[in-house]
Design a protein around this ligand. Sequence first.
Ligand SMILES: Nc1ncnc2c1ncn2[C@@H]1O[C@H](COP(=O)(O)OP(=O)(O)OP(=O)(O)O)[C@@H](O)[C@H]1O
Length: 265
Amino acid sequence: MDDLILKSGQRAKIKTDSVNLFYGSFQALKNVTMDIQECAITAIIGPSGCGKSSLLRLFNRMNDPIPGVRVEGKILLDDTSIYDKSMDVVALKKRVGMVFQKPNPFPMSVYDNMVFGPRHHGIKQKARLDEIAENYLSQVALWDELKDKLKEPAFDLSPGQQQRLCIARALAVEPEVLLMDESCSALDPESTMQVEGLMEELAQKYTILIVTHSMEQAARVSHMTAFMMMDEDRAGTLVEYAPTEEIFANPKDKRTEDYITGRFG
Ligand SMILES: Nc1ncnc2c1ncn2[C@@H]1O[C@H](COP(=O)(O)OP(=O)(O)OP(=O)(O)O)[C@@H](O)[C@H]1O
């Protein structure tokens, strides 16, 4: 579809148009319009409370269970409206996976973590499940470390290994988009570097969105950066959205410049 082609010539995987999000009477996002590039890393940055996580969670309808939540405007995944009444939310969550701030392996073995999603989606054959476990643990560079520990509890792994396992588990259902909400903030610097390296590799195949408090991380790994702020009503707005190099080297908006140079936030 032509309207999914961006000015840069890249294809948009997700498009939002004039999105407002309300928690009850509180407006958490105001008029957010952005096109998210396919097979690239997009970072969402901004001060605490400006709506970064709220925005991220809109893309796989994670906000749905919150009482009083209301979404206005349009959000497209490819050319399908995510908030259309006919949208199959289980299928959406398979296409748009999520990795959280704290590693959250399930209380089961490494192997069972890996095959949980595929089993849920109907894959039964042991050989196929084994293949999936090996393939995705390899993609996150854990196979060599864990191939002899597949039956051990995932909780026994180091935090960095646990987070890579959670990424592998998210990949095992073959998503198209991966949402990462401060997924390195509970990790030590070495594990952070490993996960960042992994993100860069994964971006060749997957569309990745990250929320991060670390501007260094946004600058290191992302291709596009969205800077958000609260307006006078405390609603989150998109201030500037551009290739990461431009945001950090030549921001167009004074507020972006003030934030990235550490004058506030
Ligand atoms: N479930 C909820 N119910 C009501 N208000 C909420 C809910 N979740 C978030 N909010 C409010 O929405 C606003 C945006 O929150 P959100 O967590 O999206 O911001 P953030 O930029 O990700 O913050 P942080 O950087 O501190 O994680 C905040 O004012 C927050 O208090």
